[in-house]
Design a protein. Structure first.
Lengths: 295, 408
């Protein structure tokens, strides 16, 4: 029972980061039908910002907002340079464009910075633990879960209580009708990319604190986790993205802990098998997304 | 007339014998020891601003099939910068028997076979290739085993096969992890926790397999085998929870993980109060800058070469930086790229030939070659030189050599 509780806390900590990543993916998908495979590059850029600023002796308190800011700016720049050129194109074109952006950003760091993994100092508190009864809880997991909850509350308020949120939700339901109703497409799309960058930046801070390193290909794993969680939750659903992220994090930790030692190395494979089974029975993901259908 | 002809014949025969004995000095002696005709220190000390007369003979062509992606680029990019520079130095010293060295670098990209064909069409006498079977095997398929390939940075035993002219330049996974196990036992540690990606998986599984075998053979007990994802995992919560249940806080923790993973794991274990564990890693720690990481004090690893300030590898890298204005990364691997070039050239000097298959035969006979990375012998092996494994450890923030272990 203690082990299970320990696993649940670990899984929620991991899943919270996935939820933030998935939410960023879902926001952009909602307005553009773009499954953004360049989402992880926002963390890559943030990672190099961390590398250079921490290397210059700056503290994590200063570096943290810089990582978030760099993710927002990068997200906006990607939209401006790449996705604005293919707006209105087929989903496949958008998908390929996102792959292109991913490869270009990776190659820039590879060619002009370094192909090597570059380590930087983690905050000293990242591995600290405290005890609650028989449980050893990482301070890191606690902070991640708290910040994620606060971020989700903030995002919900933004989407529910502001004109921008209303525009975003309207565009996600039916982009063309939203435009006819006066929603400015440029504003809502850039806003979606900025919000996506903000969420990726917050997730990136925690991701990088744990990783303590950066490399040109570092964005691939967070991108995969975010996209996978968004798919599990139901592509386009913001609520589903959060549920998908938490489900993925819990599944990884529980499987890793519960699988027999002889097949423990297949954890990732078993996770994918479960996802495949999920899609057989619920191809739309855990949450069904309702879209307006033109007839 | 007949006598005069016989005398002339005898003189010619004597001259021939004399020439033959000269050749022998650049080949192998009766004991099979390679008489190195390459004075590496002399070459490395060349002053590019004051070169000897430029060699004018047919060039010795060194082909480098390199991967510049984020998979292997961390070693192949600096390696492919260093080798042409060393060739410059060699040419500055007059080349080899009046022959200049030319180096061509072909990026393998998505098509290692195409890059290899490019190098073979150019006339490469031997190749230097990237680590990892994914990249090296297509090169071997293209050469058909007819051209010597030195897999400079690899320790993967499956890539060594002298029968198809494929050679490692350093020790293999078994030697490396066997040495790590021996070192741990020598410290009086009898319990081990091992991290693996799975039995038999190249590098990330083979090294732990080899460590377990050697550690248990030496009387140690492996108390826990944990799995993880190489290069990716930095959250070891599940594994740490399990380890906390069984650890006596006196084990050695072995993995082939990268430096940032080892320090992340260590942080989480220490967070659980396990602060007296000993950490041993493989040569992967060479590439990830463990030397500059926080929380790495006491971590041991098995680098390809142990570099100390002012030694000849350090001096070579400093000279490169001074000449080219760029500090090379992955320093522990660099001597292997240089040795790859020198061994290939040694093979050519030994056979006195340009035919790639004959060069390969000569390489297979090389014994006791004094390379930059240590002594290299291929004679009697399948392409894996038996080399001493350095054990480095972070002591007072410095990465220092603490032991050297040879595994037979």
């Amino acid at each position: 029972m203690t082990e299970l509780a320990q696993n649940l806390i670990d899984g929620l900590g991991r899943g919270s980061i996935y939820a933030l990543l998935a939410l960023g993916v879902a926001v952009v998908f909602g307005v553009m039908h773009l499954l953004n495979f360049a989402h992880g590059e926002l963390i890559t850029v943030g990672g190099y910002v961390a590398l250079w600023t921490l290397g210059a002796g700056w503290s994590w308190y200063i570096v943290t907002p810089l990582i978030v800011l760099s993710a927002v700016l990068t997200s906006l720049a990607i939209e401006r340079v790449a996705f604005s050129r293919v707006r209105g194109s087929s989903d496949f074109t958008l998908l390929l464009t996102s792959f292109g952006v991913h490869f270009v950003i990776s190659a820039i760091f590879l060619l002009y910075v370094s192909a090597s993994v570059k380590p930087f100092d983690r905050p000293s508190w990242v591995t600290n633990t405290y005890s609650v009864g028989p449980l050893n809880i990482e301070v890191y997991d606690t902070v991640v879960i708290l910040v994620t909850v606060l971020t989700l509350i903030g995002t919900t308020l933004l989407l529910q209580r502001t004109m921008f949120g209303l525009s975003l939700r309207a565009a996600a339901a039916d982009f063309d009708t939203a435009r006819l109703m006066g929603v400015r497409s440029d504003t809502v799309i850039r806003g979606a990319f900025a919000l996506s960058g903000l969420l990726a930046g917050i997730a990136g801070v925690f991701w990088l604190m744990r990783a303590g390193s950066i490399s040109p290909g570092a964005g691939i794993t967070p991108m995969l986790k975010g996209v996978l969680a968004a798919l599990i939750g139901g592509l386009g659903s913001l609520r589903g993205a959060v549920i998908g992220g938490l489900a993925l994090g819990l599944a990884e930790v529980l499987l890793r802990s519960r699988l027999p030692d002889s097949i423990a190395s297949l954890t990732e494979g078993v996770v994918f098998l479960l996802i495949a089974l999920l899609f057989i029975f619920r191809p739309q993901g855990l949450v069904t997304v309702k879209h307006a259908v033109r007839v | 007339m007949k006598r005069r002809a016989l005398a002339l014949l005898a003189v010619v025969a004597l001259l021939g014998a004399a020439c033959g004995s000269d050749d022998d000095t650049t080949g192998s002696d009766a004991a099979g020891e390679t008489m190195s005709s390459i004075d590496i220190d002399h070459i490395l000390s060349a002053d590019l601003a004051a070169c000897e007369e430029a060699p004018t003979g047919d060039p010795i062509r060194v082909g480098m099939a390199m991967d510049f992606s984020d998979v292997v680029g961390f070693v192949d990019i600096p390696g492919s910068k260093l080798v042409p520079y060393i060739a410059e130095l060699a040419n500055c010293r007059g080349g080899f028997n009046g022959r200049p060295v030319e180096v061509r670098v072909a990026e393998v990209g998505d098509d290692a076979a195409l890059a290899t064909e490019d190098l073979l069409d150019w006339g490469a006498h031997f190749l230097i290739g990237p680590p990892f079977a994914d990249f090296a095997l297509p090169i071997l398929q293209t050469t058909g085993g007819e051209v010597p390939l030195f897999v400079a940075a690899s320790t993967e035993p499956t890539l060594a096969d002298a029968s198809i002219n494929s050679y490692l330049v350093t020790f293999d996974d078994h030697q490396m992890s066997g040495a790590a196990a021996q070192w741990a036992l020598d410290q009086g540690i009898t319990r081990a926790i091992v991290f693996t990606e799975g039995e038999g998986i190249p590098y990330t599984g083979v090294n732990p397999d080899a460590f377990i075998a050697a550690f248990e053979a030496g009387g140690g007990e492996v108390v826990s085998v944990q799995t993880y994802v190489w290069f990716v995992d930095t959250d070891f919560s599940s594994q740490v929870n399990e380890i906390a249940q069984i650890s006596e806080n006196n084990e050695v923790v072995f993995s082939a993980a990268l430096g940032f993973q080892v320090t992340a794991l260590r942080g989480q274990l220490e967070g659980q109060g396990l602060d007296s564990l000993t950490y041993v890693g493989t040569d992967a720690l060479d590439a990830t800058g463990i030397q500059v990481e926080a929380n790495n004090e006491g971590i041991a690893h098995t680098p390809h070469t142990s570099i100390t300030a002012g030694d000849r590898i350090d001096s070579m890298l400093a000279a490169f930086e001074a000449e080219k204005g760029e500090a090379l990364e992955s320093r522990g691997f660099m001597a292997l790229y240089v040795d790859s070039m020198f061994i290939g050239i040694q093979g050519m000097l030994d056979c006195g030939c340009d035919d790639t298959a004959q060069i390969g035969e000569a390489v297979q006979q090389i014994s006791g070659f004094q390379g930059l990375s240590g002594e290299i012998t291929y004679e009697g092996t399948n392409g894996i030189p038996p080399k001493a494994v350095p054990i480095n450890r972070i002591v007072d923030g410095e990465d220092v050599l603490v032991d050297t272990i040879t595994i037979k």
